[in-house]
Design a protein around this ligand. Sequence first.
Ligand SMILES: Cc1cc2nc3c(=O)[nH]c(=O)nc-3n(C[C@H](O)[C@H](O)[C@H](O)COP(=O)(O)O)c2cc1C
Length: 189
Amino acid sequence: MPARPDRSSPLEPIRRVPQIRQYASDPVPDEVIDQLLELARWTGSSKNGQPWHFIVVRDHERLRKIAALRPNIGWAAAAPLGIAIVFPAGSSLGEAYDEGRVTERLLTGAKLLGYGAGVAWFGEPPLQAEAKRILGIPEDRHARQIVTIGRATSTKDPRPTGPPRGRKPLSELVSYERWGGAKGSGRPR
Ligand SMILES: Cc1cc2nc3c(=O)[nH]c(=O)nc-3n(C[C@H](O)[C@H](O)[C@H](O)COP(=O)(O)O)c2cc1C
């Protein structure tokens, strides 16, 4: 493992994709939205089920109502755009995995296009039901989140409390060959 990241790596632009919670009010152009939806469409999914539906939300009042669901997502009110991700009700574990994959694509794609994006999680089931009502989502569908997108004005978390930033070192996260195995284990001599 390198002691520090290789800044010339082609992976560098997507190594850190921060959760953006502070946005400029500038609208996100249609071409940007279309590119992000196309990127999302091509996400791999369990059995290629493509279980998602996307709701593009530009209406400020609707975003404000969603942001008001709980204080932890209050910042979403200032985003110029949200893409809500809708799944069939009673989604399987595979579909929950698919949701993570498609979400990460939206976050990463936004960054590569010069925008920022953030996950706004609706919360407990009663709040999900309220979000569904705000978004007109039918009974037989399920939605857990909206991904907000816009020009980032800051990468800081404006909330008084939030999770710490940064990441654990690889030394805490990786074993080789078997649990707890040191780097170099199993390497041909
Ligand atoms: C399932 C999930 C739910 C999240 N819910 C929220 C949320 O409700 N509010 C919020 O501000 N961030 C939310 N986040 C964003 C995380 O806080 C963020 O990914 C994490 O703190 C890392 O941020 P960083 O990459 O900027 O360091 C959520 C992320 C995930 C994956």
